[in-house]
Design a protein around this ligand. Structure first.
Ligand code: BEZ
Ligand code: FE
Length: 288
């Protein structure tokens, strides 16, 4: 086609696909191009704006490493990651939420009742619950990959003063699907702002804060893996998470408990002197 116009360019693009292309690939790519073309027409994108966009992507590429993926962060702050999560969620199952860039592969196995807090300062938080299926039956032996920030708001991969596995662990639920561990209350923190995403947030007058949360990846044979987060109901950023990760069913109350009432059966039993908090959170998985 030599007579390409602003009106027919999406159709011309679709017509260039080979006849044996994978149908889903064709569907996704033609829709992607059609929406991009419509966006350019709608905002009447200038050459300078188009170039600035490409330069931002180029910068994202330069600073992306296996430990820090600026493209994932861009997808997160645009709401793209959360929209993919939401449209792929299953009614009745626990909502999924952003993975984020700070998950560390091969976390150390930890036993039920283990402690992630170690010598870090802060109030002890007891987290416990059960993994179940859509019928409410326990999922024995589900694995829970757990991670969170240290009390300074940094993940281990961002902080040279932390062991890379600090606040990371892989727990196997018992025969009733139950899990339990102690940690320190997570804190609100900012996503990295020293790259193009920070510049975009700044230009948009947006803050980079996320409400405090605990991350989980839950896997069990015969079930879809669940990537999710659990948020306390008193966090000031709950209604303005910069990556749109909060869902109603993931918001939990952390109950305060007085000193001297910490239960037995935990690594920290007998060592918790002051007040502590507790959150009970059950996960519902959907069959694969
Ligand atoms: C996180 O929760 O770890 C996270 C998610 C998205 C962007 C940055 C961090
Ligand atoms: Fe996080």
């Amino acid at each position: 086609m030599r007579n390409v116009t602003p009106e027919n360019i999406s159709e011309v693009f679709a017509g260039y696909f080979g006849k044996d292309t994978d149908p889903r690939f064709r569907e996704v790519m033609t829709a992607f191009a059609r929406h991009l073309h419509a966006f350019v027409r709608e905002v009447e994108l200038t050459h300078d704006e188009w170039r600035a966009g490409l330069e931002a992507l180029e910068w994202a590429g330069r600073i992306t490493t296996p430990e820090r993926n600026e493209f994932v962060l861009l997808s997160d702050v645009l709401g793209l990651s959360s929209l993919v999560d939401m449209i792929n969620s299953h009614p009745g199952a626990t909502s999924s939420s952003v993975l984020g860039p700070f998950h560390v592969s091969n976390p150390p196995p930890i036993a039920i009742g283990a402690d992630l807090k170690g010598d870090f300062e802060g109030e002890v938080l007891l987290v416990q619950g059960q993994v179940r299926d859509l019928d409410g039956k326990p999922v024995p032996g589900a694995t829970l990959d757990i991670w969170q920030t240290a009390p300074n708001g940094l993940y281990s991969s961002q902080d040279p003063d932390q062991d890379i596995m600090s606040f990371h662990g892989l727990m196997t639920a018992d025969e009733s699907g139950r899990y339990a561990f102690t940690t320190v209350r997570p804190v609100s923190y900012t996503v990295p702002t020293d790259g193009p995403v920070g510049q975009i947030l700044n230009a948009a007058g947006r803050h980079p804060w996320r409400p405090s949360h605990l991350h989980f990846i839950i896997k069990a044979e015969g079930f879809r893996p669940l990537v999710t987060e659990v948020f306390p109901d008193d966090d000031p950023y709950l209604d303005e998470d910069t990556v749109f990760g909060v869902r109603e069913d993931l918001v939990m109350h952390y109950e305060s408990r007085p000193a001297g009432t910490f239960p037995d059966g935990f690594v920290l039993s007998g060592k918790v002197e002051g007040p502590w908090s507790k959150v009970d959170f059950d996960f519902t998985l959907v069959g694969a």
